[in-house]
Design a protein around this ligand. Structure first.
Ligand SMILES: O=C(O)C(=O)C[C@]1(C(=O)O)C=C[C@@H](O)C=C1
Length: 348
């Protein structure tokens, strides 16, 4: 597997990237969040195990780098039991609603064709790791992915009040920074990282686990989604059991677009994200009684909606509406038609 820092410096090995970009290499590729020891790596291994063909795992240095990477499959964390939606993932998915432009680059066209095909719920438990010899009372800062810090916020507030929290694109990447600290880190004193036990084990000669389970509860899960383009999903079928109750995903540009879904189906989930550059902002304003120009909420706080709908509950109206209004009104982002089960996950 490629070293994460090599990727962040070089954008991946030139030969491999050239092959991925050219599409001439027949081998299938799956982009996920590296370096080794991330939860994303575990999710990718689980999705990969459901295919009967060999798939090259392509580690990427951040969630947005996964989205920018050309590959047959993309593995993204979507939501977490404690900390909710993974904002970087939602922003990547919602960027598919950007207005189409004539001079759109080929990667933009490729990104528009990606659809969600499967999901899994990975159990998440974080370890607090330090360089060997560092004691609890020495720790001046703690680094991890925003989600791991958020999931552990109660523990961090009570056990490490006043300690500086630093974000990093991945949990395992945060642990790696302890191995060769930057000048800035050294100046701030000894630090710690939150990561999976798998990452702590990879560096067990250099790192110690000071505490296991910083998220505080045992039933903590992160849901990962698998995306692929229609050509890949039509030619490669997973061996996993189809989801008996699949869900469909949509991006909606206005809150009012949720109404037909509310009337005609069961909504399982709604995530919202601000979109300052969104074309959905309405250019309407009126003068209020004190002569002040009142701008509508949509204009000052433009928002996109990512909704998940129970497919079996969708009644005719939404289906008809979909055909009538097409992709200008709403964007279908695919369907989780299969799932890696908890039993399959345990076996990996
Ligand atoms: O940093 C990692 O190890 C990841 O796989 C990312 C990620 C996330 O984005 O939510 C995945 C699972 C955990 O919730 C923490 C971090």
């Amino acid at each position: 597997m490629t070293d994460d820092h090599a990727i962040s410096r070089n954008g991946g090995s030139p030969t491999k990237q050239a092959k991925l970009n050219s599409g001439k290499d027949d081998r299938l590729t799956m982009a996920y969040l590296g370096p080794p020891g991330t939860y994303g790596e575990m999710a990718a291994a689980a999705f990969k195990s459901c295919y009967n063909v060999d798939i090259d795992l392509v580690p990427c240095p951040s969630i947005s780098a996964i989205w920018e990477r050309t590959a047959n499959f993309h593995v993204l964390p979507l939501e977490n039991t404690i900390h909710g939606g993974v904002t970087e993932t939602l922003d990547c998915l919602l960027s598919n609603l950007n207005p189409f432009t004539e001079d759109e680059s080929s990667i933009e066209k490729v990104k528009r064709k990606r659809r969600i095909v499967a999901d899994l719920a990975l159990p998440i438990s974080h370890c607090l790791v330090v360089r060997k010899g560092t004691r609890k009372e020495d720790i001046r800062w703690i680094r991890s992915h925003e989600q791991a810090l958020g999931q552990s916020s109660k523990y961090l507030k009570t056990q490490y009040p006043g300690v500086k929290l630093k974000t990093w694109p991945s949990t395992a990447g945060a642990a790696v920074t302890l191995l060769s600290p930057s000048d800035e880190d050294l100046a701030e004193g000894p630090g710690a990282a939150l990561c999976a036990k798998a990452a702590a084990k990879l560096y067990q000669n250099e790192l110690d686990i000071l505490f296991e389970g910083t998220q505080g509860i045992s039933d903590n899960y992160t849901r990962f989604i698998l995306l692929s383009d229609s050509k890949t999903s039509s030619t490669h079928t997973p061996s996993s059991i189809p989801n008996p109750n699949p869900t469909e995903f949509y991006i909606l540009p206005a809150a009012s677009d949720i109404i037909p879904f509310l009337q005609s189906s069961q909504i399982r989930n709604i995530h919202t994200r601000p979109t300052p550059t969104s074309s959905s902002a309405q250019q309407t304003e009126e003068v209020n009684s004190s002569g002040e120009v009142w701008k509508y909420r949509e204009e000052r706080f433009p928002t996109l909606y990512f909704i998940e709908v129970d497919q079996q509950s969708i009644k005719g109206d939404v289906a008809v509406k979909r055909n009538e209004e097409g992709e200008n009104k709403e964007w279908a982002l695919g369907k989780a038609s299969w799932r890696v089960t908890d039993t399959q996950l345990k076996a990996i």
